[in-house]
Design a binder for this molecule. Structure first.
Ligand SMILES: Nc1nc2c(c(=O)[nH]1)N[C@H]1C(S)=C(S)[C@@H](COP(=O)(O)OP(=O)(O)OC[C@H]3O[C@@H](n4cnc5c(=O)[nH]c(N)nc54)[C@H](O)[C@@H]3O)O[C@H]1N2
Ligand SMILES: Nc1nc2c(c(=O)[nH]1)N[C@H]1C(S)=C(S)[C@@H](COP(=O)(O)OP(=O)(O)OC[C@H]3O[C@@H](n4cnc5c(=O)[nH]c(N)nc54)[C@H](O)[C@@H]3O)O[C@H]1N2
Ligand code: SF4
Ligand SMILES: [Mo]
Length: 724
């Protein structure tokens, strides 16, 4: 029986799978027990990959809009015609408005890795306006980490004694790889501390669960820092030698964040806060894995900075069992290196939307960190998780919709349901409708694709070879062998950029005939071709070196861990972490909602078309406690209208014991492939999420999805999932 190894890219955690071929040439998929990190990891979405991608809804040829944008009428055309017309229209826009008028939104997870080709094209054309949903997930975390110690670290689960999860709740159907690593660590005896307003699965398995209020993670961290400094639990030698700003930090927490105040903000009693802080600080080693929960709050920068500071104070940076600064992977040419950021002139970088207002993940920060990055990591533009030199989504959509501060008139969406992947869907809709050109590279007719002028059919992860380098975060390369030829006219993202580059005079910069040649190039220094590498390695983990900073210092302006951030200071922003209140419930909107709690059946806005998955989760559901339900006349399985200052949607009601009173959980990413209009305005969380300044993190400009005042009321309704 022929076996191949693949990386599932149905979600973003990249489980290593074994693919076994049957007599008819079809492969079945299983978790791989040889994987040293997470043996056997696989979930239902991985197992059912064929049902997801071989669905009749799959796009199989390029489509051109006929009639009104969003009118649902399409003409099938050839790739040549599509690319000729896209190149001509893009050239018109660039000639009329300048290269910066092209915006690209790219969801890097599913198409990983696109080998940096998107930014390469953009940099050569001259536009800095790349946005990505990684602005709300990990990419922004990477950028915030760089302010403090220059690099996004990865948790050493295999050796750690203590794990702290901020919300974060991996389980058997959500990020199985990480779930297994955490469970194995717990089996070895590692302690687990979980901070979550809800009684999540992680909370069930924890040693300490702190049920903090929504959006108060930064305040909680400041409370921990207070305990750690007051009780002298910090690593004095490390703090003295390797940090700057300890005295200012100490003053901040002692003056402004007494435990009494932190308890009042977070709703958790002082003793529990103390106990948790002690458990973390006294552990021989400890990790605070990245969590998307702190990426999506109006104190996000402060929360992430405070977590970074906790790691540094307790001496858990780049030590066995701590959070590791892994650096550039030696085995493969990094995507960042292929992106050619040095080719984009500074005057173009400065035009990036959000550059001055919310600088943290824009080129504004990248430029300040060029020299330190070069000194420590040997590269000026490490673009970890593709999140460290992005435009800010909200100002970008405003420019697209209203032409302020300058017009943005062409939009390309790649493997991303942009209409639903950010806050304020109405604004994004207006932005798309105001474009001269909208192109979408997709597998399915998503809401975003439905508003495009050209929809281009993508291949799936089973139909292309891949090398997954963990977004330059972990120092490893996983190899994924191609199982099938792409269906019909489906093509990968490299093909798209290559064809566009050819038509726009940039062919010399895209010399590789196809993905295989591109990967051969990225591996050339190892002496192996893609095929040889894949034959030799399923996963190649680079040797881990600890304490690297002792030789190089940290990649920050001072070369130290900046507890007090010189970059935030330069920008006139608060150089120390702080808690910022978010809008509170009021008479009109008496409850608080948050977006989240991942659903086992789906990855983000995907898979709603797959009967085998959808049948166990037919309709989007809010979670509320029994008290909240009875206070607002909601019944279990009945329907409710959910309203915020930004808009309203409807969802089914689920009464759950794990929900505290007064909170409403709204799931992310719902649309209805079975409806003619795709149900774009029915259930999307982005309709509810505002993006006015009070709801945006000051430093990054990302939206507050964890605590939006709302109201709920019962309604009669039904959806028609049976039409699938
Ligand atoms: N409003 C709101 N916005 C959010 C979030 C939220 O909770 N609320 N969550 C944030 C988070 S945590 C994340 S990770 C991001 C997720 O953002 P994305 O990863 O962009 O996820 P989706 O928006 O679901 O879009 C992914 C699209 O890629 C398509 N696709 C899958 N595989 C391929 C492929 O191989 N090729 C091509 N061309 N297309 C492919 C899928 O069909 C799908 O439509 O969104 C962020 N944005
Ligand atoms: N099946 C499946 N798995 C997935 C995904 C998917 O779409 N489907 N998406 C993947 C992606 S891209 C991501 S980013 C992850 C996200 O996965 P997680 O990080 O686990 O995020 P959620 O499941 O949204 O929420 C986790 C917990 O955060 C709590 N929470 C909500 N608000 C707050 C707050 O303000 N503070 C704190 N401390 N906790 C809060 C919620 O109660 C919930 O229990 O899941 C990944 N795994
Ligand atoms: S968790 Fe599931 S969907 Fe995600 S990579 Fe693993 S098998 Fe695929
Ligand atoms: Mo995410």
């Amino acid at each position: 029986m022929e076996r191949k190894h693949v990386n599932c890219a149905t979600c973003d955690i990249a489980c290593q799978l074994v693919a076994t071929r049957d007599g008819e040439g079809r492969y079945s998929l299983e978790g791989d027990y040889d994987n040293p990190l997470a043996p056997g990891a696989i979930c239902a979405k991985g197992k059912l990959a064929h049902e997801i991608f071989e669905h009749p809804n799959r796009l199989t040829q390029p489509l051109k809009r006929v009639g009104e944008r969003g009118g649902g009428q399409w003409e099938p055309i050839s790739w040549d015609q599509a690319m000729d017309e896209i190149a001509a229209k893009l050239s018109d826009v660039v000639n009329k408005y300048g290269p910066e008028s092209l915006v690209v939104s790219s969801g890097p997870w599913n198409c990983s890795t696109e080998s940096g080709m998107t930014r390469r094209f953009m940099n050569l054309l001259g536009t800095p306006n790349y946005i990505s949903p990684v602005a709300l997930c990990l990419g922004n975390t990477a950028a915030v980490h760089r302010l403090t110690y220059g690099w996004l670290p990865a948790p050493d689960y295999e050796h750690t004694e203590c794990i702290v999860l901020f919300g974060h709740n991996p389980h058997k159907q959500s990020w199985v790889m990480e779930y297994i690593r955490i469970r194995l660590a717990q089996e070895r005896g590692a302690k687990l501390i979980v901070l979550d307003p809800r009684q999540s699965q992680s909370a069930d398995r924890s040693d300490i669960h702190l049920p903090l209020r929504l959006g108060t993670d930064a305040a909680m961290c400041l409370g921990w820092i207070n305990v750690i400094i007051t009780e002298e639990l910090y690593d004095k030698a490390f703090v003295e030698k390797w940090t700057v700003g300890f005295e200012q930090l100490k003053e901040r927490v002692l003056n402004d964040y007494s435990l009494e105040k932190v308890a009042a903000i977070t709703g958790v009693d002082e003793d529990s806060i103390r106990q948790a802080a002690r458990m973390y600080a006294n552990a021989k080693s400890a990790v605070i894995p990245w969590s998307p929960i702190t990426d999506q709050q109006n104190s996000s920068t402060s929360a992430i900075r405070a977590q970074s500071i906790l790691r540094a104070l307790t001496g858990n940076l780049d030590v066995p069992g701590g959070d590791l600064l892994m650096g550039i992977n030696p085995d493969i040419v990094a995507e960042s290196a292929l992106e050619l950021h040095e080719q984009l002139p500074l005057e173009q970088k400065e035009k990036q939307f959000g550059f001055n207002e919310h600088p943290v993940f824009t080129y504004n920060a990248t430029e300040k960190l060029r020299k330190p990055s070069l000194r420590v990591w040997g590269t000026e533009y490490p673009n970890q998780v593709k999140g460290t030199c992005m435009a800010v989504p909200s100002p970008t959509f405003r420019a697209m919709a209203y032409g302020d501060p300058y017009p943005a008139k062409a939009f390309i969406s790649i493997a991303n349901n942009a209409l639903q992947g950010y806050a304020n869907q109405k604004l994004i809709h207006d932005a798309l409708m105001n474009q001269d050109l909208v192109v979408c590279h997709e597998l399915f007719m998503t809401p975003t694709a439905s508003l495009s002028d050209y929809v281009l059919p993508g291949d799936t992860w089973m139909e292309r070879p891949n090398l997954h380098d963990a977004f330059e975060w972990f120092s490893l390369v996983q190899s994924s062998q191609q199982l099938y030829e792409p269906v019909a006219e489906c093509k990968n993202i490299y093909f798209f950029w290559h064809e566009l580059a050819k038509r726009m005079g940039m062919e010399d910069y895209f010399p590789w005939k196809d993905l295989t040649e591109l990967y051969d190039y990225r591996l050339a220094h190892t002496g192996l071709t893609l095929e040889q590498f894949q034959g030799k390695y399923k996963i190649k983990i680079a040797e881990v070196k600890y304490y690297k900073y002792q030789e190089t210092g940290f990649a920050t302006p001072s070369g130290k861990v900046e507890l007090y951030s010189s970059m935030l200071d330069d920008w006139g922003l608060d150089p120390l972490p702080y808690h910022r209140n978010s809008p509170e419930p009021c008479q009109t909107y008496p409850l608080k909602m948050f977006v989240g709690v991942r659903e086992p059946q789906f990855f983000q806005s995907g898979q709603r078309h797959v009967k085998a998955l959808r049948k166990s989760n037919k309709n989007p559901k809010i979670f509320v406690s029994a008290n909240t339900a009875s206070n607002y006349a909601l019944v279990d399985q009945g329907w409710a209208k959910i309203e915020t200052i930004n808009g309203r949607i409807r969802m089914q009601v689920m009464i759950r014991e794990d929900m505290p009173d007064g909170l409403v959980r709204v799931p992310h990413g719902w649309w209805l492939p079975e409806h003619d209009d795709l149900g774009i305005w029915e259930h999307a969380d982005g309709i509810l999420a505002p993006d006015t300044e009070e709801y945006l993190d000051r430093e990054q400009g990302i939206p507050h999805l964890k605590g939006i005042p709302c109201r709920v009321s019962p309604i009669k309704s039904a959806t028609s999932w049976e039409a699938l």
